[in-house]
Ligand binder design. Sequence first.
Ligand code: PLP
Length: 390
Amino acid sequence: MDNNKKYIYFDHSATTPVLPEIAEIVGKCFLKFYGNASEPHTPGQQARELLDSSRLAIANALGAKPREIVFTSGGTESDNLAILGTAEAYQKKGNHIITSEIEHPAVLMPLRYLSRKGFRITRVGVDKYGMVDPDDIRKAVTDDTILVSIMHANNIVGTIQPIPEIGKFLKERQILFHTDAVQSFCSIDTQVDDLNVDLLSISGHKFYAPKGIGALYVRKGTKIIPRLLGGGHEHGMRSSTENVPGIAGLAKAVQIGQKDIKEKFKNISTLRNYIKDSLLEKIEDISFNGHPSERLAGNCNFSFKYIEGEAIVLRLDREGIAVSSGSACSSSSMKPSHTLTAMGLSAEEAHGSLRVTLGFENTKKEADHFLEVLPKIISDLRKISPLYNK
Ligand code: PLP
């Protein structure tokens, strides 16, 4: 492995590179803000001040109050805390939870665990674009429903769900609503009052902050039974000495990410459409997965007939281009993506899929190189595919 090789990085949904200015702040915090934010002495209070200002920055980006932000270790912990924490807190009220077929395992696995503990879980399906129908949620709700968890934008095809509409209905019914905004935060608007959500998960490494830091928004008045018990940090919802350098990095990433968000969305989607249109023109037996317009700016997801996405990923890697054949978690299991099969793709079509996810630092020059290299790889792989006989 050549660690000095310059990669074309098109896998931003898996993780983003840490921006130098964010790495600089995090590094500085390790050295200068080493105090324990719970201690009354000066180093502790310096860390506390930084923690408080970072919390305010994240709360502002969500249109929330600082007390409604709980720092966690990332998206998985935020999702687990939202689901397991409210399920336990509200179990006397009911035992029914609704979710969708296309959620991330960080949502599906705690729900599977709850189903073994006696909760009833309803998983609503999606249409061919990976979109949840709000009517399906309305129909699934019963008097026992205590929580609905629907992701804001999907990690495989980027489809943006009708969260405000679902949330409006759930608010009227006084049912808690959680959204996993790990893929959408700092890409599209995530004001909690516009989305009508009570709980919202974010993860730093999806918007240029380090891995291992995230947050859960918990609307005032929402009860959560903590998963980590200890010194009572994070308003008693998540004990453990705060990761001040990571949190300061998260706040800086939010500040950068929220700046010119609409303009960045436009620029990234222009590059995305250029890649999409060029590939659909250059390559035969290819299809574009996900919603034509209601999708994250940087997401392209294709299916190539007769070949495996995994083989394309490895060949592109040899050419210095990083893409994905699914989410990082499902890539290692070699199972077809559950999002794609829920959208009605066959296992073969799902196995032949490739996810290309762009960031604001990607250029047309990089796209052009990718467009030059990929058709040749597809043609080479098809020549050796037993399924291809043209
Ligand atoms: N939710 C979604 C939609 C994701 O894409 C991911 C990561 O890929 C997660 C949750 C988990 O986040 P983390 O890696 O920060 O635990």
